[in-house]
Write a protein that binds this ligand. Structure first.
Ligand SMILES: NC(=O)c1ccc[n+]([C@@H]2O[C@H](COP(=O)([O-])OP(=O)(O)OC[C@H]3O[C@@H](n4cnc5c(N)ncnc54)[C@H](OP(=O)(O)O)[C@@H]3O)[C@@H](O)[C@H]2O)c1
Length: 275
């Protein structure tokens, strides 16, 4: 698709953001559908966030994605925030409706879609989540509505207890566990910490605790040492690529009202992973 005078603008703000794979997947989808849109990565320093959001409005962007470190702080500059994003306390997608900026969070729903396509049904399951930050809040909001029991484990007990109390307004079957030994009772174990992103990171928990009948998910979007070891043990193990893909698919739908070609978007993400 050639950029011309009618091209509609979308993109992502973050700091840093040049590593983002979102431009690849969204531009591929716009091209495939013949939609006159483009998606660019825009590095925005934290102290310039307010100006950047005013710019999005002034320049008439159709919508943007928001990534670290702006997902929480951006909320104060928006006109409306949808119910789920408000609960999660973070926005990863903004739609510009005639100058009215509306915030959404597609991370949690994206994660649920990634489970669905892997044939993993969280209904009636015991689920153990390690980490109680933004991504954990997003996935737990949905998981607690299906799980039989949701165990939260965070290194910051106060933060874990805030999340537990918030989730209890959605479902009563949520508890904090101080030790990782509850992993033995879990059907699904989710790493929602960044442990595994760097080569010298310790494991989020000792993988030898795992049994082959358990499912292990890592929100990091490549095969971390945890995912690799879980597979060796015989567990079904899923990395965060599907979540990244589906949060993008859902954002695309919010902006355009059109379902994008999911497999082409996945192809772009996988291509990026091999380079
Ligand atoms: N696949 C996707 O589309 C997708 C989307 C969003 C996020 N993610 C991934 O999800 C992970 C979490 O992101 P986030 O946005 O939730 O980050 P976050 O808000 O910073 O939360 C991270 C959580 O991990 C804990 N943590 C951090 N370092 C730790 C360590 N060394 N040991 C134990 N716990 C540690 C934090 O504890 P404290 O609160 O005590 O710091 C916090 O509970 C990241 O790897 C991110 O890349 C993936």
């Amino acid at each position: 698709m050639k950029i011309n005078g009618k091209t509609k603008l979308t993109g992502i703000i973050g700091w840093p953001v040049e590593h983002s794979k979102s431009p690849l997947m969204h531009n591929r989808a716009f091209d495939a559908l013949g939609l006159n849109y483009c998606y660019i990565a825009m590095p925005v320093q934290p102290e310039r966030l307010k100006e950047a959001i005013e710019g999005i409005r002034a320049l008439g962007f159709t919508g943007i994605n928001v990534t670290i470190p702006h997902k929480q702080t951006v909320m104060q500059y928006l006109d409306e925030i949808d119910k789920e994003a408000r609960f999660i306390g973070a926005v990863n997608t903004i739609k510009n409706e005639d100058g009215c900026l509306i915030g959404y969070n597609t991370d949690g729903k994206g994660f649920m879609e990634s489970l669905r396509e892997e044939g993993i049904d969280p209904s009636g399951k015991n689920i153990f989540v390690i980490g109680v930050g933004g991504a954990a809040r997003a996935v737990c909001y949905y998981l607690c509505q299906h799980a039989s029991k949701l165990y939260l484990h965070g290194r910051n007990m106060q933060k874990a207890s805030v999340l537990m109390n918030d989730l209890k307004t959605v479902s009563s079957e949520v508890s904090i566990t101080e030790t990782k030994s509850s992993i033995q009772y879990a059907d699904i174990i989710i790493n929602a910490t960044p442990l595994g992103m760097k080569e010298d990171d310790p494991m989020p928990f000792e993988p030898s605790m795992l049994r082959p009948d358990q499912v292990v998910c890592d929100l990091i979007y490549w095969d971390t040492p945890l995912i690799k070891q879980a597979r060796e043990i015989g567990c079904k193990a899923v990395n965060g690529l599907g979540m990244l893909l589906w949060q993008g698919v859902l954002a695309f739908k919010i902006w355009t009202g059109i379902t994008p070609p999911v497999e082409l978007m996945r192809e772009e993400l996988l291509k990026g992973q091999n380079t």
